[in-house]
Design a protein around this ligand. Sequence first.
Ligand code: AMP
Ligand code: MG
Length: 410
Amino acid sequence: MLTVEEALTKITETVRPTIIEQRTIVNAIGSILAEPIVSDVDSPPFEKSMMDGYALRATDCQDGATLKVIDEVTAGRVGTVPVAESTAVRIMTGAPIPDGADAVVPIELTSFDESTNEVTLTGVKPGGVGQHILPRGLVMSKGEQLMSPGRCLAAADIALLAELGREQIAVRGSTTFAILSTGDELVPHDAVPGPGQIRNTNGVMLADQVQQVGGTVAFAEIARDTREDLREKIATGLNCDVLCLSGGVSAGKLDLVPSELAAAGVEEVFHKAAMKPGKPIWFGVCNKDSDSPTYVFGLPGNPVSSMVCFELFVRTALRQLQGAEQVKPEMITAKLTDDFHHRSDRQTYFPAHFHFANGECIVRPVNWKGSADLRSTIDANASICFPAEERNFQAGEQVEVLPWSGPIRG
Ligand code: AMP
Ligand code: MG
């Protein structure tokens, strides 16, 4: 059986990044950048004042000095009179520094006499070439690479693209998902279950997980444990970039998913990984060498198994599809709050709650009763990854943690 690490490697080796498309920057928030962004300007493009005040020669910056005010520049204007010795130009924040000036004194340290048109400096420290001046090119210079492909674009990134005058940029295309919850026992979550039936919880959970990582759910259905129903719905699901099935992948009599996927032409890449929960995980690919392959995950039916397998495996596939910089899951290290006895022959992803306190990441395992226990996950926002062994972990020990997608719960 593959280790989780080996299974993740199989996914990164199989999945190819999606096609690149052009998108306007106003529609690109959250997209994955697919080109390097290089500055074609110096920023700021001119030396500019960082204060409202007076531009002058640093040698005139003496406490009590009185200078003739010869001009005024506001943001968006350019001064016409050069600053000479014993003169100053009134200047506003963001305005270009006039020729001859090499320092700015803030307005708070001056008093202006209207009758003589002179300004007197009060409480200034002497000298200070460049004080309160943002030099040209300080923020970025022409030719400098600012962003690399694989970056998930945030609001400030879009603003920087606007500063560069970019209207369109190359991003990875969005990923469509089909979600197929399988099981004769399932009823829609808004229906009343009859004898032996349960509500479909995985359907809404997986749809939310897809949305939280920027994917689009194009198809979501319940399939019965019959070959006919599975065949029909798998065929529809294969029109998406990713098909996520839940249930029907373990060794039960009605676990028909692997054989029906094979019948639909989906090539198995792996089945089962040495982990808990999530051991029956299935992964394969359909139309591998075409322009539009479909990557298929058979997630185990128990809700916590489904969720953890999505976090580990489906998100890795999605990051690879989007050409992200970091493809495999990023684990963080956190300090255990309590002693914890762990025993398993499989690597275990134990639901836990982590938070930051006094600059440290702290993690507490929740009272989890196994892969069907969704109840305890409401207190959790991550999984602690315990190795396959029996050991008493001590409070204060450092452990590896996999944060779950979505808003961090405090
Ligand atoms: P399976 O992998 O199909 O054997 O399912 C394992 C367990 O998960 C069974 O108890 C199922 O009833 C349960 N289960 C499967 N699919 C779902 C679902 N979509 N929502 C809630 N529970 C499920
Ligand atoms: Mg089932």
